[in-house]
Design a binder for this molecule. Sequence first.
Ligand SMILES: [Zn+2]
Length: 387
Amino acid sequence: MSRLWAIKIVLLVIFAAVIVHSGIQLFEHRHHKLPIVAGPGVTKVIKLSEYCAGLKGTVADTDVFILEGKEKGGKILFMANTHSNEPASLLTAIIFIENAIVAKGTLIIIPQFNHSGSRNTRPGDGYPLYFHIQTEWGQKTFRMGNRDASPLDQWPDPDVYIHYPERQLLSFIDVRNTNRTWPGRADGPLMEKVTFAAMELLRKEKVDLALDVHGAETMFPVTNCIVAPEQSVRIATMAALTVKAMEGFDNHVEPSPQGFRGLSHREIGDYSDTLPFLLEAPIPFLDQPTGPKTEKLLLDGKDPFLLRLAGQKKLFVPYDESGWPMEKRVGQHCSVIQEIVKQYSRKNPDGTIFIQNVPRYADVVKNGVVHYYHDPAKSDADRIYLH
Ligand SMILES: [Zn+2]
């Protein structure tokens, strides 16, 4: 064998070893399971595919936790992980699923709205595959997901995504973004089936409020806010003013633009009677000019480059050495969600929703997020849902 052939074979073996080694890591990430414990308030868990048969058997199908009160009242849908790289939403959803008691009305929670996106990653941006949170009873490991569904589940992408039914031209990648595929269609691409199923749930169950919970960059103006279309603005404003006055944190209101299609806060309002709201909490991890995209940055939001930019007034949120820790972001979501429900109930006595046993902002900041999580090892096996 010539020397050249020997080099070629050695390189080939090294290349194959790298592919296999990284492939195994990505395979394990895609199949890692996160246990969520159905708390005492959960009365039923169904699949989203009950509202769109085309989802059945696909990775995009996802659990819907239903918490029905003893007394009938209004209904609210809370969606988390529409973008799975904005995990404060999922962490908030788990607090609600594992603890909330609904005294009146119905609370519906979809913790992994883009279930495929939670199994995707972004190696080009150096995302960690997981993040870990230490609890009193051990470590909880979460998959770090991506903004878009995995191409393993929906592919190929078009050159341009033509929104249905408005025909607005969107970026090709938005065909896998479940905050661009609303209101969706039963026979569209997989992510359109996801949003279509959610629209059917809203319409068939006559849901009053839909909350789509996100995170946004500190350098993006639409951050630390509630995005609301015309019909939701009054309740959003009352909620924003109340949390500012009573709990001391900012959360301004942004109007939902009428000409930008495919977003939950626009299409839910236009294609159903439900009042939509989209909640944004700051997530420094997603800003471009940061240091390495580490698990630590994801959790504590501390970054020296953002700190310098804050000094130059380039950020849209207050920012200092304390960063923007996960407890603050999850605490804000907990309070804003409860405040929107309260403001809606005040104006609609027939549609009152009364949720108990969920912490507010100050509680989560003081006790930490995981303080509210249940140990799956001490929970009944039939109450554990693997996500
Ligand atoms: Zn988002």
